[in-house]
Write a protein that binds this ligand. Structure first.
Ligand code: NAP
Length: 488
């Protein structure tokens, strides 16, 4: 079994494979294993205190490490507190490691300094991020390291440091071939590190972009932007930054050191992003919410690409008028469901285009507030089925994964010829979209708007036209029902 997995890992491109002996019920026959090694092999026997599963005594653990060294592993991982008890043997290389499952300790630099004196070939520091800015702490250490060092934060807050090691000189990164085994908190899969973040292409010149939000773990933005960078040969990487509500400004300030050239901004920071910006585009002035921040000379410039993408998506996809001419939004009667972030952008954009918008939201105060802000009609949530309209736009999260058997309106409202747009894109084929299609409505899914808002961001990030079709294709593939089922 181990042999099969090693061959598979090498086939997929791994140049160095760590064998976590603490995960195996019984140590394999080293001689046989190493005779067929497909790439350089690292022997590691991690203790529970360091995040491992070794069940035996410390004496037996060190014995196993010595056996692995003598058997001819290419590398051995030795924790800093035992490094001096196990001497260098022949040409077996040494990773001297330190793990901290609680925090990034105040004395991290001193610990690193001492490890540099323990005859390492590589020093490894795996610490736990308590706040998003901890990433910066380990990256700064990496930048100054006088010995080859792999340093990163564990946990989902620490994902950026795992990827940016390549920019700051880390000789390699850790990735899992099977994430479900729970090898280490926050570890990316080999496919993610290579396929989404293009880790081997990251170097000192790579520009950094990212999405700030909470949560961001399942965001499709890293996939869509990194794919677009790669397809145009742009040396840039786009990362997920999980930043809790209270940490937004501190995060932006501290990350100035990196720097990050542009951010996508998502829940819960869109209003905050608009407030801190030095300059705002008209859509941000209007909606008081920003989904994009671009680093400028005097601070961040804020944009709201949801606003334009909603407008563009509808205009491009409206059926032509009776004269065969492209339709406009002028005079269209729109029932807009929801009053959250996306509803606000869509309501302002359509109102500006001359549409007659009626807003209906579950919480009446929010319906009222949005209707007053935009200057449109407010409809009671219970009365939403009585509205006469030619367009329905769902801006609520009703029907979103995992509640895919819900729809924000009863299908009796769905008449042939009605234009139905669902902003939800996870899944693309929501119950509302399916019912609308079955009843002869014109349908527009949230994928089109999502791809357009990302493409507009990409243009703001790079000054280049976005590869719209490439972006659309990679999102559709990621959203295929098969992948969503895997995630559930
Ligand atoms: P948000 O600010 O949290 O707003 C959520 C909206 O959904 C609110 O109006 C909320 O009503 C309503 N809602 C939630 N649960 C409900 C329920 N059980 N019954 C009735 N109404 C309910 O979120 P958002 O940023 O506007 O996002 C909304 C949806 O749009 C999400 O699915 C998001 O993924 C999608 N989206 C798509 C794009 C795109 O580019 N396609 C862009 C952004 C967002 P209350 O006010 O009563 O809570």
């Amino acid at each position: 079994m181990v042999q099969v997995e090693l061959q598979e890992a090498a086939k997929r491109g791994a140049q160095m494979i760590e064998l976590r002996l603490d995960f195996l019920a019984k140590a394999p026959d080293f001689k046989r294993l190493l005779a067929n090694r497909p790439s350089a092999m690292v022997a590691t026997v991690r203790r529970p205190a360091d995040g491992g599963r070794w069940p035996g005594t410390e004496e037996d653990r060190q014995m196993l490490l010595r056996q692995a060294i003598v058997a001819g592993f290419d590398w051995v991982d030795l924790e800093t507190d035992v490094a001096e008890e196990i001497r260098r043997f022949k040409d077996v290389k040494r990773i001297i490691s330190y793990h901290n499952l609680r925090e990034v300790p105040a004395e991290l630099e001193e610990i690193h300094e001492k490890m540099c004196t323990q005859d390492p070939d590589v020093v490894k520091l795996a610490v736990t991020a308590q706040r998003p800015t901890d990433n910066l702490r380990v990256l700064k250490l990496l930048q100054k390291a006088r010995k080859p060092t792999v340093a990163f934060c564990m946990g989902d807050l620490g994902v950026p440091s795992r990827i940016l090691g390549a920019k700051y000189g880390a000789p390699f990164a850790y990735a899992a071939f099977n994430k479900e085994r729970g090898i280490a908190p926050g570890i990316l899969s080999y496919e993610e590190l290579k396929g989404i973040y293009h880790y081997p292409q990251i170097n000192a010149e790579t520009r950094v972009y990212g999405v700030i939000g909470d949560p961001v773990a399942h965001s499709l933005s890293p996939l869509i932007h990194n794919t677009a960078f790669r397809s145009l040969g742009i040396n840039a990487v786009y990362l997920p930054f999980r930043v809790p509500r209270a940490g937004f400004e501190t995060f932006l300030k501290e990350l100035d050191h990196l720097p990050v050239h542009g951010y996508s901004v998502t829940i819960p920071h869109k209003e905050h992003a608009a407030n801190i910006a030095a300059e705002k585009d008209p859509a941000v002035e209007l909606t008081q919410a920003a989904n994009t921040l671009i680093r400028g000379e005097n601070g961040f410039v804020a944009y709201n690409t949801d606003y334009q993408s909603a407008r563009d998506s509808l205009l491009t996809n409206l059926p032509p008028g009776p004269d065969g001419q492209p339709s406009t939004l002028q005079g269209r009667t729109v029932l807009l469901l929801g009053a959250g972030g996306v509803a606000r952008a869509v309501a302002h954009a359509l109102h500006r285009e001359g549409a007659l918008v009626s807003v209906s939201n579950r919480t009446p105060e929010r319906t009222q507030r949005l209707a007053e802000e935009v200057g449109c009609r407010a409809i009671d949530w219970a009365a939403r089925h009585n509205v006469v309209c030619d367009t329905v736009i769902n801006c609520t999260s009703v029907g979103m994964h995992p509640n895919m058997d819900e729809s924000p309106i009863h299908q009796s409202l769905l008449k042939p010829g009605l234009m139905v747009m669902d902003c939800i894109y996870t899944p693309e084929q929501t119950l509302l979209v399916k019912e609308a299609r079955n009843r002869g409505c014109h349908i527009l899914t949230g994928v089109d708007m999502f791809v357009r808002q990302a493409a507009l961001q990409f243009q703001l990030f790079t000054g280049k036209e976005a590869p719209l079709e490439v972006m659309r294709k990679v999102v559709r593939k990621a959203l295929s029902p098969l992948n969503l089922r895997d995630e559930a």
